[in-house]
Design a protein around this ligand. Structure first.
Ligand code: AMP
Ligand code: MN
Ligand code: MN
Ligand code: MN
Length: 279
């Protein structure tokens, strides 16, 4: 594995979205892992930030208020991380509230799909284990496992929840450009999340980065735990070509996904300008 331990991790989830650790437990895990600079980046929410602030400063950890927002570009779901956002900004709060409403409606529609397939009560079970009663797909996956329908969460995605599977519901996420604008207007740095995970050809990936750049995006997530060494090099090249900063993050969701560890990711290539320089 090319992943190495780093003191910097700018992509992390908690129980405020689909992570397994509470915000407090995540800070404790960061201390254990020797991470001293972290960004919490839950899906479409900044709810974990206040709980983590005092605890991070008590432990000598620099906390970056972050978020991972779902967007749309050419009918693809694209995630945009915002680093250093002002979580109290009224417009930004409204945008995130609207995202949660989209998530709520999508979850209800997913529950209906499953009912039509003869699988009852999954929305209720998923809502019961989800923050604010608004389940993301991993909560549905867990509910399908708990109900004995699937043997593990991976199978739940493969059979029901992944793109184009029977319980998948296409969501009307805002355009990539809008999401970049929300983040910039809230004083944050917009980062194109895990560009290597969208299964795009290199030509299309180049076009995505161009569109992201034109929208005002400033940074690519280059060093991601699940990126291959080739992908890291390719993205580093795109950063140089487009004058973008580079970010690094594990996209850690908790201990049950053993192949992703907090603070572990490929090293950032030396040609990259690290995003930490502007945070
Ligand atoms: P959502 O934001 O509700 O669409 O859920 C997306 C989340 O589900 C991602 O952030 C991952 O944590 C998880 N996920 C997506 N695809 C898979 C998959 N094929 N297997 C397991 N987890 C997945
Ligand atoms: Mn997730
Ligand atoms: Mn993501
Ligand atoms: Mn993530």
């Amino acid at each position: 594995m090319q992943n190495v331990a780093s003191e910097v991790d700018f992509h992390l989830h908690t129980t405020a979205s689909d992570g397994e650790l509470t915000p407090t437990e995540l800070v404790e895990a960061a201390v254990q892992a020797g991470v001293t600079w972290l960004a919490v980046t839950d899906h479409d929410t900044v709810a974990a930030v206040p709980e983590m602030q005092a605890l991070c400063s008590h432990n000598g950890i620099t906390l970056v208020a972050g978020v991972e927002i779902s967007s749309r570009w050419q009918s693809q779901d694209i995630h945009v991380v915002g680093l250093g956002v002002d979580i109290g900004q009224p417009h930004f709060k409204d945008h995130l509230a609207a995202q949660m409403q989209r998530r709520r409606l999508r979850a209800l529609a997913m529950g209906e799909r499953l009912e039509k397939l003869g699988i009852q009560g999954v929305f209720q079970a998923a809502a019961a284990i989800a923050p604010q009663g608004i389940p993301a797909r991993p909560h549905f996956a867990q509910a399908l496992v708990d109900a004995g329908v699937c043997k593990d969460r991976k199978q739940a995605f493969q059979r029901y929840l992944a793109v184009a599977k029977p319980a998948y519901v296409k969501t009307d996420w805002p355009e990539l450009e809008q999401v970049v604008n929300w983040i910039s207007a809230a004083g944050g740095v917009a980062v194109l999340a895990h560009p290597g995970r969208y299964k795009l050809t290199r030509t299309k990936l180049g076009r995505l980065v161009e569109a992201f750049c034109a929208a005002g995006g400033q940074c690519l997530e280059v060093a991601v735990a699940t990126h291959s060494p080739d992908m890291v090099q390719y993205l580093a090249g795109l950063c140089v070509k487009f004058g973008l900063y580079a970010s690094q993050g594990s996209d850690y969701h908790g201990p049950s996904m053993r192949w992703v560890q907090l603070g572990k990711m490929p090293p950032l290539p030396s040609c990259c300008r690290p995003v930490r320089d502007i945070l």
